[in-house]
Design a protein around this ligand. Structure first.
Ligand code: HEM
Length: 501
């Protein structure tokens, strides 16, 4: 008879030894940053990191200084917290730091998408062509139409639209930006009512996935949640399937270009569906939450709201919306709104907290701005968390936790781009979009979408907080590192279309 108990015991010891031994023996070598392996073999600091990354990194920086290596689940991460030393990492002229491989592993796990060679470059070419410059004009037009459709319905302004309604501000913003963003990128059909229903259904499912997302990435789901994530993934693949694309009108050139490239490269339709899901996630996960913070800050800061309203009145003179009409909006107005630009930048400074990762694929020496040299070990990951090291640095942004709507304006009203640290002008004075090879290729479109939405809200609607004294809610600590942070809870607000009389 086989004695399974001892066999299993030995097996567990072998596995644990295999996982933990390299960590147990790892020591800080000369010129390497301070090494903090954490209290648990293999796990290291993973528990406090996942619980609240911001607080954890603050603590580590206080303990070790601006450059340190920590162990997180068997992997070593070197955090660089001095923004004056970001340049060499982001430029990476020696090509020793890799973003693509790291990202490919993540998207395989999260979206089931197995990236082909050259995908990253292809996404960047498509984005340069269609999400920036002239290509962006068509998309802005599509977005304005879709915002009108989602906010007013297929027949435009309806009777009774000037009655006050109440909603959760977060849900309201996320839902509108998601649906309008989805329809402008993935196209509509002849049947607008049906499009709205489909977009609504997609949003409901997207939010379920979104709520599980941080713990999914960290593999911390309960078995039932794993099942739910699997089912949601399948649902998205079905709803976004390329099979339905012939029925859709006005699919954006951005999506068209990328799908054609995949098709011509022999990528299967099933894998193209997964690609669509990945693009839906990248394009819709942050604009809604950012717009929520922007509107909330405006509602909490009347002087900011007044400045934005005055600017909106100047650039959008005609704001009367008759029955059955869509919003009247000259898109060139988007070029003339320095105050709103500053509001959105300030909102992103306070609300967007991505982590930038690069895998070290050859030993790499970082020369910091203070002339120190640090050796980064092959196989480790270099990480930047600009929210703490840039956005919240009081030297770069005095009184960093306060919302100042004109922080990014010069006294003469022009855009402010000069920020300093230790007497040196700093290039990356905010980094909501990441930077370097992984900088968000949708940033110009995202900026326009959010500006369009805020301009429509302040120009065409009356809006107010149900309780004007309600405090700005805290950030949900689980979401540090994942783009725009969501609030721990929402706030209620009232809105109505301005009466025509
Ligand atoms: C407020 C809105 C947005 C924020 C804060 C944001 C932020 C980011 C960040 C930080 C990254 C880089 C992640 C990394 O370094 O790994 C990223 C990547 C990306 N974003 Fe955005 N994004 C926004 C909106 C959009 C929109 C509207 C689109 C498309 C229409 C888009 C498309 C993408 C894509 C495709 C990538 C992956 C790029 C690559 O693999 O190189 N994003 N975004």
């Amino acid at each position: 008879m086989v004695l399974w108990g001892p066999v299993l015991g030995v097996l567990l010891v072998v596995i644990a030894g295999y996982l933990c031994l390299p960590g147990l023996f790892r020591q800080q070598r000369p010129h390497e940053p301070p090494l903090d392996k954490g209290p648990w073999p293999w796990l290291g600091h993973v528990i406090p990191f996942r619980k609240n990354m911001f607080e954890f990194l603050k603590h580590m920086r206080a303990k070790h200084g601006d450059v340190f290596t920590v162990q997180l689940g068997g992997q070593y991460f070197t955090f660089v917290m001095d923004p004056l030393s970001f340049g060499p990492i982001l430029k990476d002229v020696e090509r020793k730091l890799d973003f693509v491989q790291y990202a490919e592993e993540l998207v395989l796990k999260v979206f089931g998408y197995s990236a082909g060679q050259g995908d990253h470059q292809m996404i960047r070419s498509a984005s340069t062509k269609y999400l920036m410059g002239d290509g962006l004009k068509d998309l802005n037009k599509a977005m304005l139409n879709c915002l009108s459709l989602v906010m007013l319905g297929p027949t435009g302004r309806s009777r009774g639209a000037d009655r006050w309604q109440e909603d959760s501000l977060f849900h309201f913003c996320y839902r509108i930006l998601f649906k309008a963003g989805f329809l402008s990128l993935f196209g509509c059909t002849e049947d607008k009512e049906q499009d709205l229903l489909q977009a609504e259904e997609l949003f409901v499912q997207f939010r379920k996935f979104d709520l599980l997302f941080p713990r999914f990435v960290y593999s911390l789901l309960w078995p039932r949640e794993w099942l739910a994530v699997g089912q949601l993934q399948q649902l998205f693949h079905k709803m976004l399937s390329v099979e339905h694309f012939p029925e859709r009108d006005g699919v954006s050139s951005w999506i068209h270009y990328m799908l054609r490239h995949l098709r011509e490269g022999g990528v299967t339709p099933a894998m193209q569906d997964k690609f669509n899901f990945m693009m839906l996630w990248a394009s819709q996960g942050n604009t809604g939450p950012t717009s929520f913070w922007a509107l909330l800050f405006l509602l909490k800061h009347p002087e900011a709201m007044q400045a934005v309203r005055e600017e909106a009145t100047q650039v959008l003179r005609e704001a009367r919306l008759e029955a059955n009409q869509y919003f009247v909006f000259e898109l060139s107005a988007l070029q003339c709104t320095p105050v709103l630009d500053s509001v959105i930048q300030e909102t992103l400074r306070l609300g967007a907290a991505p982590t930038l990762y690069r895998r070290v694929h050859e030993d790499y020496t970082l020369k910091t701005a203070s002339e120190k040299e640090y050796l980064f070990r092959h196989g480790d990951v270099v990480a930047l968390f600009p929210y703490l090291s840039v956005h919240m640095d009081p030297e770069i942004h005095p009184d960093p936790t306060a919302f100042k709507y004109n922080r990014f304006l010069n006294p003469n009203g022009s855009r402010k781009v000069d920020f300093y640290k230790a007497g040196k002008k700093i290039h990356h004075y905010t980094m909501p979009w990441g930077a370097g090879v992984s900088v968000c290729p949708g940033r110009f479109f995202a900026f326009s979408e959010m500006k369009l939405f805020v301009l429509l809200m302040v120009r065409y609607f009356d809006l107010e907080l149900v309780d004007p004294d309600t405090p700005v809610p805290p950030m949900d600590p689980q979401r540090w590192g994942f783009g725009t942070i969501q609030p721990s809870h929402s706030v209620r607000f009232r809105y109505r279309l301005q009466p025509t009389e």
